[in-house]
Design a binder for this molecule. Structure first.
Ligand code: DGP
Length: 113
């Protein structure tokens, strides 16, 4: 299995998993960019946000719902946080299994780099 995030879903690659359900898995980013940096991914392989068509709009919505729940568990809801979906090379995507970044625990800059 070539996709590293599919390997995490399958339990074939170690990850610090903070939440999982029948549709999604959330785990700490290996290269955190904020005090809290968690990736929320669908169990199903979808290359990126651009490939999340009408059939799986609900999948992306579920990732956002999981992010809110994990943010509460992490104690960052009140202070706020940032959710990021990178698409393609110019969007900064390096892993081609759709993932929602949950970043919090510090003030985010704008515009993003
Ligand atoms: P992006 O650049 O949006 O594709 O983000 C990919 C993120 O995935 C990046 O922040 C680093 C993280 N990452 C890559 N490989 C692994 C891994 O094997 N384990 C974990 N926990 N995170 C990974």
């Amino acid at each position: 299995m070539a996709c590293v995030f599919c390997q995490i879903v399958a339990g074939e690659r170690p990850a610090n998993i903070v939440y999982e359900d029948e549709r999604a898995v959330a785990f700490r980013d290996i290269n955190p960019q904020a005090p809290t940096h968690i990736l929320i991914i669908p169990r199903e392989h979808i290359d990126g946000p651009a490939d999340a068509g009408a059939d799986n709009e609900m999948v992306i919505g579920h990732l956002v719902a999981v992010a809110a729940r994990v943010a509460a568990d992490e104690g960052i809801s009140a202070g706020g946080y940032r959710l990021v979906l990178n698409q393609g090379r110019n969007g900064g995507q390096s892993v081609f299994h759709v993932h929602l970044h949950l970043l919090g625990g510090r003030r985010m800059g704008w515009p993003p780099g």
